[in-house]
Write a protein that binds this ligand. Sequence first.
Ligand code: ADP
Length: 472
Amino acid sequence: MEIIHLSAECYPVAKAGGLGDVVGALPKYQTKMGHYAKVVMPMYHTKFLNTHEWDVDFKGSTNVNGWWFDFTVIKEKHNTLGFDLFLIDINGLLDRDSIYGYTDDTQRFCGFQIAFLNWLNHWQHKPDIIHCHDYHVGLIPFMIKYCYEYNRLNDIPTVLTIHNAQYQGWMGWNQSNFIPPFDSWKSGLLEWEDDINPLASAVKNAWKVTTVSQSYLEELRYNSNGLEALFEYEKGKCTGILNGIDDDVWNPETDKYLETNYTADDVEEGKQAAKGMLCKEFNLDAEKPLIIFIGRLVGEKAADLLPDAITSAMYTMQGNVNFLILGSGEPHVEWQLQQLINTFPGNYNSMIGYSEALSHLMYSGSDFLLMPSRVEPCGLNQMYAMKYGTVPMVRATGGLIDTVTDMGDAGGWGIRFLQASIGDIVHATGRAVGLFYDDKEALAGMRKHMMQIDNSWENSVHQYISVYQSLK
Ligand code: ADP
């Protein structure tokens, strides 16, 4: 099958979170299975762009309701990622340093989707599937069906994968001129609660919808930032497929960011070496249990609870625990987390920012990974942590339910708690600290066990292919 993945992110070209990891891995594993998977994404000014070679594949221009623009499609020359990668350049609109966060993001992603469809209109053949990831490309299923210009494409099946339903891309109707002329009788298929809602539109118009875990799919019917009724209504075409881990990138045996690689057999030595380096760099005590948090410092991740929860845990455990934070996001949370460095020197540290290299060292050099998320569609961090022998401490929500059991249950290996609250985080910290000091044998057994859990992509890729096949 020929599958085109459309996304705003793809690791290592441009990544802000899990979406990038998934779109960097899924096409590679589909290609390995004998399918022809491609990724098409916007051309940002990233390091990847400047360090790779490109061919120009197509040049086009378009006029959308009086908005004229030229675009260029370039293709990475050497198939470095294990699949064909195409970037769309729209001068001045997409070629920026960051992926998101501009006031004209609506126009940017509309321009990207229009350029893609105009390019596709020129192909001699049609792909078997167009697979859209998240709201940034959520208008594609509607545009293919109802924009007059793309009539020729309207029998290509579209699949939407929802990585995060919190962000929906709301646009006022005054921005409808960013959408090429369409059958106005169908305008209801763009809308949710009086706005154009690209995510809702994709759910309505895509032939199939997937979410990145089964539990998240069930949650969306009760908690999806206003779309609950829609998910209830469309549940028949929705499936939950858990994300996998890209073994080429996330594997302590081969990880190029680690000085000492390790397997389940020498996990204690491997982790000790990484922990030593980490603690030295961040002025922490390697003899104490090290709990880390990695992620966006936003409400979904319950990052706002961290400053008070860490303070409370530190006093409750009488300093017998260390915390290390890597992340960026809401400024007041960043500020509070930085203040704690002065409050708990030697026990706490944080790095505000984004560092792929440090994240790898932290997954391997820590004992516990804290994820108190309010919303977690799948969560990759806990899967990476387990692969590196680090015990996840997670709030039981979304994909965290599907991937982590509690050590109190038979055969369990993680720490689960129910509420995204300071009390629950402190209680979970107490359990982690107890395990670290009082039951080293159980901890060692858990590490070995977690490292052998199969969270690879192979299984999930088969499920995606079944979804595509159901549309033929
Ligand atoms: P989300 O996509 O909601 O942010 P996921 O758990 O699905 O969360 O994926 C997060 C990904 O982003 C992981 O690969 C994680 O290691 C990475 N990540 C998040 N924040 C940072 C950061 N500040 N530095 C390095 N990697 C980060």
